[in-house]
Design a protein around this ligand. Sequence first.
Ligand SMILES: CC1=C(CCC(=O)O)c2cc3nc(cc4[nH]c(cc5[nH]c(cc1n2)c(C)c5CCC(=O)O)c(CCC(=O)O)c4C)C(CCC(=O)O)=C3C
Ligand SMILES: [Fe+2]
Length: 370
Amino acid sequence: MTAVDQPQAAPQVVPYDALLLLSFGGPEKPEDVVPFLENVTRGRGIPRERLEEVGQHYFGFGGRSPINDQNRALLAAIREDLAAAGVDLPVYWGNRNWDPYLADAVEEMRADGIQRAAVFTTSAYSSYSSCRQYRENLADAVAEVEGAPRLERLRQYYNHPGFVEPFVDETLRALDSLPEAVRDEARLLFVTHSIPTAMNDGSGADGGAYLAQHLSVMAEVVDRVAARTGRTPQHELVYCSRSGAPHVPWLEPDVNDRLEELSAEGVSGVVMVPIGFVSDHMEVVYDLDTEAMATAEGLGMAAARAGTPGTDPRFVALVRDLLLERAAAERGEAPVRVSLGSLGAGPDLCAVGCCPNPRGPRPAACGVDS
Ligand SMILES: CC1=C(CCC(=O)O)c2cc3nc(cc4[nH]c(cc5[nH]c(cc1n2)c(C)c5CCC(=O)O)c(CCC(=O)O)c4C)C(CCC(=O)O)=C3C
Ligand SMILES: [Fe+2]
């Protein structure tokens, strides 16, 4: 046999017998919008005016969020990628806030005889909303489904090259789409979801992780853009999608406010790089593509938006990498844990008390103390 004919050993996924894709969920028709918003905001004290406004964003898109279709595409891409790598593993999908619900996916897994599944969430960073809340949802689903499989969430991946590198290419593409006259001086606005400042203060094991992780991703993207263009673009981190009561401080500046300031300072071109988001869901297509683009246009600024990882093959391969890494670790091996920047690969199990629930402690899966 020649080298090419050698059968490749399939990568080991033992001890896992399934992978679960865990996401946020979104409405798919106008009648879904209000019950979806009720699911998301139950007990959160979100003012009625804010809910009506966000409802209008969804109604403006026919009552259909893009997020479920994006997850269907990701699911299909993960299945293809695993199959191509010789990994024979069923992949399930469940959401926190809308059909298909997480508890239904867990029930389906139980009925299929699944014993122990790795869980990939469509949320890359540490904070209550982006990490512990998903862990609480996992604990709830396991409590609800008798005989549920063990569910083990894969680590945070904001600094994995499979997440960072698609943003580099997309930033370069967006820069190229700007008129030549503004391209070289364009400001890069890295955008993420605002959260209450108190939630950022409590994020990660030592606090402030949400902001620190975004700054790290921004630096990694900027370094790579600079290496490819030969110059370091001016850049900063801004926020979108502020919610909550007006008297509660959230991370700032808002992207729209910053566009006004930059325009007043004479900046004539911007590229928005939505590093807070895994796919082009509602925050991206409304808050950035609709609202912030209109702000930029009103100011006469040239603006472009970089794409999100979505189903970029590098992002899809990241899922497999984390799965194989964790499986190896669970077998007692010492896998290579890929990460960019100085923060390092996150832990498999979250620290005690990290990303606390602002409304008090609740059971959460996948922690050191779970
Ligand atoms: C950090 C973060 C992420 C990123 C991590 C992750 O992806 O998980 C994220 C994602 C998403 N957020 C989404 C939608 C919403 N988020 C809301 C409200 C809130 N988000 C918060 C934070 C985050 N949210 C917070 C602190 C609130 C206040 C209420 C609370 O304390 O929980 C509300 C209520 C209305 C409003 O208040 O705006 C909606 C409708 C969708 C679906 C989009 C679609 O349909 O395409 C997605 C992916
Ligand atoms: Fe949100």
